[in-house]
Ligand binder design. Structure first.
Ligand code: GCB
Length: 611
């Protein structure tokens, strides 16, 4: 082999440099509402544990040394019979995208590293249109190339990102290549240690979106905080003609407002709603209105629910009325065909299970779930706690780690801010109290409030025991809107008999939300209620927990852990776990465990109480 000469900075068609590429406009609001081509389907892939397709043998990155030099992103095909090329996407196996790789090939079940994926598609780019390559999520680090040219990279496994590809699409066949790497690192978000499977790959939709030259980049259309009579928000245009008139209308309500965007393309929106006409969004009546946003150069439609959410003392007020959050936690994972939820069918199954338990609320743990899931929650009338993977022991003191967490939180809020179902932004789970952690989490709380003033801010805190009293002592509790915590009495400490000697003391004048409790039960394993892993043990633990929780005056909701069994590398017990976390109320074969019905009847009572 030859040494590769260190090349110059990679310039892209149209003269843009990588630095310019970094200044991409924010991800498109309402991606599914746009003209688009789905690039889902079968993608060819190459497993590359040594990153041979990314670095030359001197460990220099090919995309730094110039194009056409050996990187797999070149997607080269042998032309002459004496030509040496040691890879080929043609003839390589395929994966269904969206989809994690771990669950599609037994050899990849535990794979953590680099996989290259390629899709070919046809396009006929039009004059005067702009094009964006949009990824719903890639876990964890993605490098993206179009027709051999690097578009950029992205870190974070659960949030969307995009690259503008105007001027770079070929008329005819195009090749998009993604290098995805799900290697865990201490300084990532999440960090090395999680209780869930590290599913790698392109786990959500890939879209090629088309917009006019000047387009609606972003908007917010939601009720003003605590004001059921007024919509407040903004619209953001991007492009040469960004100062223009934009009309926002809700025909069904007879509402129409025209705003003029300023030189930055932005205009505030404030719309008075007609009295006594609005059907407010709620789990009982998940009414969505067609909202049309139309400028001179672009128009978009969205379906938006109108509701307010506030707290007053211990109460959570939805549209001014006190509610109880009858919830359940869930992962973005299908227990029946293990792997990430692949699409609407899988998602509907999960939310439907929650509804069968009489839930009006879900905690989408422990990272942003897909945009489709949130839209389904809007449609099905399920309130949502949305979270970022600031989980357990993050590197609290590193600015770049904070920047990553804050970016993921920002991307989540940007994406879902028009969804009525989302009522709580959670900034993390079970993060251990310390000075640096308090600063980090406190900043996240401030950040999320600057991004969205209308929703509640939560975090799953931890409890402490002193004698037989369980308390929450966490300075972060002062910065958030809820006294929200996980607790595992009867499972990680004490047992079904002893847990009854404990009681809660939660001294916050805020709604108390128990974000987790639970016990593992192997579906179909029956024994007495003192026998660990049995359905009876889990069921008894739920009954004991309800008794304890009922004594908390401010209790306004719970999301037991967890809706369905899910895979976890941390759960090796050969008989009871087999690398599954068994705290599901539904087993990996879809069978409801006893505690499912116990929780349902508790929720039936709560529903009556809060009628
Ligand atoms: C927790 C975590 C959750 C785990 C669960 C468990 O506290 O928040 O991610 O899966 O406990 O089963 O231990």
């Amino acid at each position: 082999q030859d040494d590769q000469a260190p090349g110059q900075a990679n310039t892209v068609k149209g003269g843009g440099t990588r630095a310019e590429l970094a200044k991409q406009p924010p991800t498109l609001q309402n991606i599914y509402g746009r003209q688009h081509l789905l690039l889902d389907g079968r993608w060819n892939y190459i497993t590359d544990p040594y990153e041979t397709g990314f670095y030359n043998y001197r460990r220099q990155a090919f995309d730094q040394t110039g194009n056409g030099t050996g990187g797999f992103f070149d997607d080269r095909k042998q032309k002459d019979k004496d030509e040496l090329i040691e890879y080929s996407f043609d003839g390589s196996p395929t994966l269904a995208i969206p989809g994690d790789w771990n669950s599609q090939n037994a050899k990849l079940e535990n794979y953590e590293g680099t996989l290259w994926m390629r899709q070919q598609f046809n396009s006929a780019p039009k004059e005067g249109k702009r094009y964006f390559l949009y990824f719903g999520a890639v876990n964890y680090e993605a490098h993206v190339y179009l027709n051999g040219k690097k578009l950029g990279s992205h870190k974070g496994g659960f949030t969307p990102f995009q690259f503008e590809v105007t001027g770079r699409l070929l008329n005819g066949q195009n090749s998009v290549v993604v290098k995805a790497d799900n290697t865990r690192h201490q300084d990532d978000i999440p960090t090395v240690n999680t209780d869930w499977w590290n599913y790698g790959g392109i786990t959500r939709d890939v879209l090629l979106a088309e917009t006019p030259d000047t387009y609606i980049a972003d908007y917010q259309v939601q009720l003003a905080k605590g004001d059921m009579g007024r919509i407040e928000g903004y619209v953001q245009m991007t492009g040469a003609q960004r100062a223009q008139d934009v009309t926002i209308s809700i025909a069904e309500l007879g509402v129409k407002t025209v705003v003029r965007t300023n030189a930055e393309g932005r205009a505030a929106i404030s719309i008075a709603l007609p009295k006594n006409k609005v059907r407010y969004w709620s789990p009982e009546d998940p009414k969505l209105y067609n909202v049309a946003i139309a400028g001179a150069t672009d128009k978009l439609n969205d379906r938006i629910g109108l509701r307010t959410i506030e707290t007053r003392g211990h109460d959570i007020l939805l549209n001014g009325k006190s509610i109880f959050l009858r919830g359940i936690s869930l992962h973005d994972e299908n227990p029946l065909i293990p792997g990430r939820l692949r699409g609407e069918g899988d998602m509907r199954m999960m939310l439907q299970w929650a509804k069968e338990m009489n839930c009006n609320y879900v905690r989408l743990a422990h990272y942003p779930h897909s945009e489709e899931m949130i839209k389904l929650a809007d449609e099905m009338g399920i309130l949502v706690w949305a979270e970022v993977p600031v989980y357990w022991t993050i590197s609290w003191e590193k600015p770049e780690v904070y920047a990553n967490a804050s970016q993921q939180l920002t991307d989540l809020v940007v994406r879902d801010k028009n969804r009525a179902s989302v009522i709580i932004w959670s900034i993390g789970n079970e993060t251990p109290v310390s000075g640096p952690r308090n600063v980090f989490m406190g900043k996240l709380a401030d950040t999320v409030r600057t991004l969205d003033k209308t929703r509640l801010v939560g975090a799953a805190l931890e409890v402490h025991r002193s004698g037989s009293v369980i308390t929450v002592e966490d300075p972060l509790a002062d910065k958030i809107d809820l006294a929200s915590f996980n607790q595992y009495a009867g499972w990680y400490w004490t047992n079904n008999r002893e847990m009854n000697n404990y009681s809660f003391k939660v001294d916050y004048n805020k709604p108390v939300i128990v974000t987790e409790f639970g016990a593992d039960a192997l579906g179909g394993f029956h024994a007495d209620s003192d026998t660990r892993w049995s359905e009876e043990y889990q069921d008894q633990l739920y009954k004991n927990t309800f008794k304890m929780l009922e004594a908390i005056p401010g209790l306004r909701g719970l999301t037991p852990w967890v809706l369905a069994d899910f895979r976890s590398p941390r759960r090796p017990h050969p008989v009871y776990q087999d690398y599954w976390n068994r705290k599901g109320l539904i087993s990996e074969t879809g069978k409801k465990k006893q505690a499912f019905y116990t929780l349902k009847s508790y929720y039936d009572q709560k529903q009556q109480q809060y009628k």
